[in-house]
Design a protein around this ligand. Structure first.
Ligand SMILES: Nc1ncnc2c1ncn2[C@@H]1O[C@H](COP(=O)(O)OP(=O)(O)OP(=O)(O)O)[C@@H](O)[C@H]1O
Length: 235
């Protein structure tokens, strides 16, 4: 049964030093969750542990009720959990079309068409090398490449990195639509607090490796003082 992503008591880090401690969060099917927090809070570490790129030191990652802790990123993505990393994971010498061939090797034409309906700007760019795309187009490609694999939960790490706010604003509703129309669960790591909370159902603030504040996105939007205080939390 589709239950989405459940991270339970995750402790993870590097060279034996924990960067996140006892972090728990869920992303249900059809839900958009904004994972917020200052630089170095542990947001990427959480995502990397969920996808299987970083072995947790403690806790569990469950996907649709199955314990996937310690599985490889390939195995995890085959189950339907995808990550768009902040580095975007695109190859400058390959064309846009090549990226879709790699992402959907079985030639799922319907999935590519559905994705092009969402990211219409890519239609005219199919034969362009990714290195010649603008920053916004590259981010669109990174997202679209994940969409053609039809994940049931998609994690996006800093979609807005290096992009003009107007471009980010145009990408956010695509995330919302995917949640509403396809039941995709979405975990958005974002520095643009307001833009993320406007499309999210819930918000979670991570700081110094722990969850400091969480609640319905609408409440976090109107309660900016608590959100900002949790960004500053020193303990
Ligand atoms: N490969 C690594 N080796 C050692 N320490 C790391 C590594 N990657 C991240 N860290 C450390 O782990 C902590 C959490 O980093 P992480 O990248 O998860 O934070 P973040 O919330 O995603 O930050 P940002 O918003 O700046 O991307 C930081 O103190 C960071 O310096």
């Amino acid at each position: 049964m589709a239950e989405g992503l459940r991270i339970e008591g995750l402790t993870a880090g590097y060279a034996g030093i924990a960067a996140v401690r006892d972090v728990s969060l869920t992303v249900a099917p059809g839900e958009v969750v904004a994972l917020l927090g200052p630089n170095g809070a542990g947001k990427s570490t959480t995502l990397l542990s969920a996808i299987g790129a970083l072995a947790p030191m403690g806790g569990r990652v469950l996907f649709d009720g199955q314990d996937i802790t310690g599985r490889t990123p390939d195995a995890v993505s085959r189950l339907g959990l995808a990550l768009v990393p902040d580095s975007r994971g695109i190859f400058f010498d390959l064309t846009v079309r090549d990226h879709f061939r790699l992402a959907a090797p079985k030639g799922d034409k319907a999935a590519v068409e559905a994705m092009l309906d969402r990211f219409g700007a890519l239609r005219g760019l199919m034969d362009r090398r990714a290195g010649l795309l603008s920053g916004g187009e590259q981010q669109m490609l990174a997202l679209a490449k994940a969409f053609v694999t039809k994940p049931s939960v998609l994690m996006v790490d800093e979609m807005s990195l290096g992009l003009a706010p107007l471009i980010v604003q145009s990408l956010m509703p695509i995330m919302r639509r995917a949640a509403e129309e396809e039941g995709m669960g979405i975990l958005l790591v974002e520095q643009h607090i307001e833009m993320a909370l406007k499309v999210a159902d819930r918000g979670i603030v991570l700081n110094r490796g722990a969850v400091r504040f969480e609640g319905p996105a609408r409440e976090l939007l109107t309660n900016r003082a608590d959100v900002e205080a949790s960004y500053m939390a020193r303990a």
